[in-house]
Design a protein around this ligand. Structure first.
Ligand SMILES: Cc1cc2nc3c(=O)[nH]c(=O)nc-3n(C[C@H](O)[C@H](O)[C@H](O)COP(=O)(O)O)c2cc1C
Length: 183
């Protein structure tokens, strides 16, 4: 099972639509998908007390994350970095079982031309710190409003091809690393 993380809680987020499109692609590739949408996290997740005692209400999200054999992070860049809720979600994950040796893949979404250059570097260094296995072929989706063109689906064939290619290659990466890490 693969987990697709919607890396923002913003209402109306384009990252959420990209995550839904990727979920359909992974399903076509016969992979079970579980969407981890930070927009659906209970409000206790954002409280400062969440670090003292993990709130019961966020345990299902943590379990979803642990159970995923690989994680795809679909995330925007906010003020030159990752969204605060994405950092908080990672901070709330238990130390080893959630991310360590877990294959992870990045899909960056922005309205501007430059893609998630800075946010991707920040996310990679956090994931590296947590000893995740970072798939080295990230997908950048700049000019996202034009790509969606007021629809809820990206129709451009070239982008669909890139999404499919990354998904196939990430599944292979997951399979290879699953064997190596289960020893
Ligand atoms: C608080 C905030 C900060 C943002 N900062 C940036 C930024 O630094 N660089 C950028 O390219 N886009 C920035 N954006 C615009 C996003 O690229 C845009 O919202 C896009 O649709 C992807 O994010 P979404 O998943 O929230 O829709 C920002 C948006 C918000 C709400």
């Amino acid at each position: 099972m693969i987990g697709i993380v919607v890396g923002t809680n913003r209402v109306g987020s384009k990252s959420r639509l990209v995550a839904a499109q990727l979920a359909r692609i992974y399903s076509k590739l016969e992979q079970k998908v579980s969407i981890i949408d930070l927009g659906l996290m209970p409000k206790e997740a954002w409280s400062g007390t969440a670090f003292k005692k993990t709130p019961q209400s966020i345990l299902p999200t943590i379990r979803q994350t642990i159970d995923a054999q690989g994680l795809v992070f679909v995330f925007p860049e906010y003020n030159g970095s990752i969204p605060g809720p994405l950092k908080q979600y990672i901070d709330l994950l238990p130390r080893q079982e959630a991310l360590e040796k877990k294959p992870v893949c990045l899909v960056g979404v922005t309205r501007g031309n430059f893609g998630t250059m800075r946010a991707s570097l920040h996310l990679e260094s956090i994931l590296f710190y947590r000893r995740a296995l970072i798939f080295p072929f990230s997908l950048y989706l700049p000019k996202i409003d034009e790509l969606f063109d007021n629809k809820s689906f990206i129709e451009e064939a070239n982008v669909q091809r890139k999404m499919m290619e990354q998904s196939k290659n990430f599944l292979e990466f997951m399979q290879r690393n699953h064997k190596e890490c289960s020893c």
